[in-house]
Design a protein around this ligand. Structure first.
Ligand code: KG4
Ligand code: ZN
Length: 320
């Protein structure tokens, strides 16, 4: 039984997962509304709330799993990348819980968690597969040959796809987080009304900052443009960029399975577009797409944890 803790951004998360990948509990305390008034995540506020919530969230995860610390064999925790103050709250808690029972501790790369989220639950994906991870902080394609590791094939050179949604939504006056708002508004619009750029900085890399600028200029030059048409065309440009690189990567790597993850995997147009790629697609349930601790336990299953007391001087890492 693995107890996992994830506090890399603004969600305080704990989960209990078995070695076979069965999720016994997956608790997510979202701070989203606390940050919405600032239009984005405020790191210092996130750290303080993690401190207030972490004990209750861990207790809740153990209770919902019908167990206690006595039933835990390994503690897993996100070591990075993320907000350093936020990461430290989770890492310190994990060290303390592991140390009192001399348990081993697995320090997990947050992105490895997103990459293997689809290996959890009753219908797990089997390697080899391609992972498309698109969230507010990261956007990349990775090849997974063995679930204990992943090879990044391409990534964003500037904004993440979720960031593009959030910045576009702000320009359109839709509030934060912007992804769900654009997704909703786009349903009433024409995705071909505006021809937004699909920049291709490298065969498998992404770039979204030019797209945001194109929206800004369109709003400045044609202020009476239909908002739903703008949202639909903007969303189409992001989804096209994601799926075109995904198609190239599948072809180049000779892969027949695709897993998508990260908050942008909640996007309705992306979810339907990836089913047209001609490969098997694994789309995890929403609570496994956005930040969660079950995926951190999921990655820990494929690692050798550090024995007590080797992890006591381990540091969090804002970048890995
Ligand atoms: O994975 P996540 O919860 O947190 C990060 O690690 O960043 O991703 C959050 C991102 C936000 O940028 C949000 O706007 C985006 O995911 N998002 C969406 C949708 N739901 C959330 N983007 C597009 N369409 C959605 N339906
Ligand atoms: Zn994430």
């Amino acid at each position: 039984m693995i107890l996992a803790i994830e506090t890399s951004c603004d969600d305080t998360c704990a989960a209990v997962v078995t070695d076979a990948g069965e999720i016994r509990s997956n608790v997510i305390a979202s701070q989203g509304l606390l940050h919405a008034r600032y239009g984005g995540v405020v790191p210092e506020i996130a750290s303080r709330h993690h401190l207030e919530l972490i004990d209750a969230v861990i207790g809740d995860a153990l209770e919902r799993a019908g167990t206690s610390l006595e039933g835990v064999d390994t503690v897993a925790v996100t070591r990075g990348p993320g907000l350093i103050g936020a990461l430290l709250v989770g890492l310190s808690s994990a060290k303390a819980l592991a140390a009192v029972r001399r348990l081993p501790l697995a320090p997990v790369d947050h992105l490895h968690g997103h990459v293997v989220a689809s290996t959890l639950g009753p219908h797990p994906i089997d390697p080899p597969y391609l992972a498309l991870v698109a969230s507010g902080g990261h956007t990349f394609l990775a090849r997974v040959t063995e679930p204990g590791a992943y090879a990044v094939l391409g990534q964003t050179l500037d904004d993440a796809a979720g960031e593009a949604f959030d910045k576009g939504a702000r320009l359109l006056g839709l509030g934060y987080p912007g992804g769900p708002a654009i997704d909703r508004l786009a349903r009433a619009g024409d995705p071909t009304a505006f021809d937004f750029p699909r920049s291709a900085p490298g065969e498998l890399d992404f770039s979204f900052s030019g797209l945001k600028t194109a929206l800004l200029y369109t709003l400045r030059d044609r202020p009476d443009s239909d908002r739903a048409d703008l949202a639909a065309s903007y969303q189409r440009a992001i989804v096209d960029a994601l799926t075109s690189r995904t198609a190239i990567a599948l072809e180049r790597e000779g892969l027949e399975r695709l897993a998508i993850g990260g908050g942008v995997a909640a996007n309705s147009e992306l979810r339907s577009a990836v089913t047209e790629l001609g490969v098997g697609v694994w789309v995890p349930p929403l609570e496994l797409c956005t930040d969660n601790a079950a995926m951190i336990a999921g990655a820990a299953r494929f690692m050798d944890p550090l024995p007590y007391p080797e992890y006591l001087d381990l540091d969090a890492a804002a970048r890995l």
